[in-house]
Write a protein that binds this ligand. Structure first.
Ligand code: FAD
Ligand code: NAI
Length: 465
């Protein structure tokens, strides 16, 4: 077979790229080594974790949130197999949805491991060992990432797990020790905390969620501590010994000092992810990698013409929506259109309770860049809808250029922050000012009013504080 475009990897980068390319009239094929489409995100990442976050939050609310609203219920009992079935059903519906969309758009699919045999040739090795070579004018590498290993710690996905094992536990661990206070550690720590585990998070740095707004991270740590999380910041795990049932974890201060040993039923290693390029044969065709990532130019082209790369396997945040937007852009560029991704406006969301949403530059970024800025901040304690929903934890913070008033960043901690952030994303895409947002009528009573009030706060004219 001969194609205009062959994509290796069917995660949010790859499958979205395939659909957009087909829409633009390119004869397109996708190669995936898993038996289902959708990549990390749909199979073992975004989707199953959000199914578990939702279900565990419902369990938490049923157990602790109803009484104050005048609803008396029996103490809820956990049926973990049913909760896991909900997770699996959600995954199945999503991966089948992608299969349907690929078919609908007439994208040919090949299940097997793709290797770039040479420019314009992809070798597919199927599960039974048989091979097939497909010819193509262009190749997009969209092979994603996998969990970064911690030297000296062996993952068995039973006692010492990555996110994949942490989404498959057959019972609630008595003690869960999480290594890394990043997105995975705090999301999956929240899941098992709500279901009854005692959760301790060991973080190398002296703060949680590095890279996110410091003030947001500090308040979030206070909230999580109130929820029952234990944090060991400025600490590193140096050894994990697994016995028949549990693990003994050696933790030392990051700066050196006396070690302590902690017991854990499950240890979750969540110290980041690394690009996945194994078996692609990149060295042989001359594609350059830098710290494991495929090096690309502004048009997603690797160091070899005709070979492109997108998503977790290239620079930038490892996020599904970033991979999707790159998938669309590279398809458009290959088809001769003007594809583009605005890396300054990519939201990041942590789907805990409350949620964290971050967009654009943080105060720390602006200080480092020497940009003069103004801040508007509004707490959810002063928002009527938040009070009605008992969701007063958190605030909205908007950062604007001190001279032009152009909005440069927005950071939210609060219920539904992941949805609230998008009006600011649209505003920033259009180069809008805090005044534009402040003068836009917002429905009452909504959590979104806090976004408007924060924008009004940039010029010190919030009404409700
Ligand atoms: P992937 O989704 O990793 O897909 C790559 C695909 O390529 C895989 O299916 C793989 O099997 C296939 N592949 C690899 N090599 C080959 C080969 N040689 N031949 C054929 N196929 C191959 N991001 C968010 O934005 N929001 C979230 O809520 C979120 N939650 C997450 C939760 C967890 C637990 C994890 C682990 C990640 C989460 N992420 C989230 C990150 C998100 O999953 C990734 O950013 C996203 O999946 C990257 O997409 P991708 O297309 O680059 O790669
Ligand atoms: P992360 O990069 O978010 O966090 C890793 C944390 O581990 C950091 O705080 C880091 O300082 C710490 N760390 C590193 N080495 C350590 C060590 N030896 N000991 C103790 N702490 C150490 O990585 P995480 O949580 O594994 O997630 C990987 C990626 O997956 C994220 O960066 C994100 O891109 C994506 N993801 C996105 C989600 C979302 O958008 N909601 C959800 C889950 C994952």
């Amino acid at each position: 077979m001969s194609y205009d475009l062959v994509i290796i990897g069917s995660g949010p980068g790859g499958y979205v790229c395939a659909i957009r390319a087909a829409q633009l009239g390119l004869k397109t094929a996708i190669v995936e080594k898993r038996s289902t489409f959708g990549g990390t995100c749909l199979n073992i990442g975004c989707i199953p974790s959000k199914a578990m976050l939702h279900a565990s939050e419902m369990f938490e609310v049923a157990g602790h949130g109803f009484e104050a609203l005048g609803i008396k219920v029996e103490v809820p009992k956990l049926n973990l197999p049913v909760m896991m079935k909900h997770k699996q059903d959600t995954v199945d519906a999503n991966v089948q949805g992608v299969a349907f969309l690929l078919k609908k758009n007439k994208v040919d699919s090949y299940i097997g491991t793709g290797t770039i045999a040479s420019v314009g040739k992809v070798l597919v090795t199927k599960a039974d060992g048989s091979t097939e070579t497909i010819e193509t004018k262009n190749i997009v590498i969209a092979t994603g990432s996998d969990s970064a290993p911690l030297p000296g710690v062996t993952v068995d996905e039973k006692t010492v797990v990555t996110s994949t094992g942490a989404l498959e536990l057959s019972k609630v661990p008595g003690k869960l020790l999480v290594i890394g206070a990043g997105v995975i550690g705090l999301e999956l720590g929240s899941v098992w905390k709500r279901l009854g585990a005692e959760v301790t998070v060991v973080e190398y740095l002296d703060r949680i969620l590095p890279g996110m707004d410091n003030e947001v991270a500090k308040q979030f740590q206070r909230i999580l501590t109130k929820q029952g999380f234990n944090f060991l910041l400025g600490s590193k795990v140096t050894k994990v010994e697994t016995g028949k049932k549990a693990a003994k974890v050696t933790v030392e201060p990051a700066a050196g000092g006396e070690a302590q040993t902690l017991d854990a039923d499950i240890v979750l290693v969540a110290i980041g992810r690394r690009p996945y390029t194994e078996g692609l044969g990149l060295e042989a065709v001359g594609v350059t990698l830098e710290r494991g990532r495929v090096v690309i130019n502004d048009h997603f082209q690797s160091t070899v013409p005709g070979i492109y790369a997108i998503g977790d396997v290239v620079r930038g945040p490892m996020l599904a929506h970033k991979a999707e937007d790159e998938g669309v852009a590279v398809a458009e560029l290959i088809a001769g259109h003007a594809g583009h991704v605005n890396y300054g406006v990519i939201p990041g969301v942590v789907y805990t309770e409350p949620e964290i949403a971050t967009l654009g530059q943080t105060e720390e970024d602006l200080k480092a860049a020497g940009i003069a800025y103004t801040i508007g901040k509004f707490p959810f304690t002063a928002n009527g809808r938040a009070r009605a929903m008992q969701a007063t934890d958190g605030f909205v913070k908007i950062l604007a250029d001190a001279t032009t008033d152009r909005v440069l960043g927005c950071h939210i901690i609060g219920k539904g922050a992941g949805d609230l952030i998008h009006e600011v994303a649209v505003l920033m895409e259009f180069g809008g000012s805090s005044e534009d947002l402040a003068r836009t009528c917002h429905a009452h009573p909504t959590m979104s009013e806090a976004v408007k009030e924060a924008a009004m706060g940039v010029e010190k004219r919030s009404i409700h504080i």
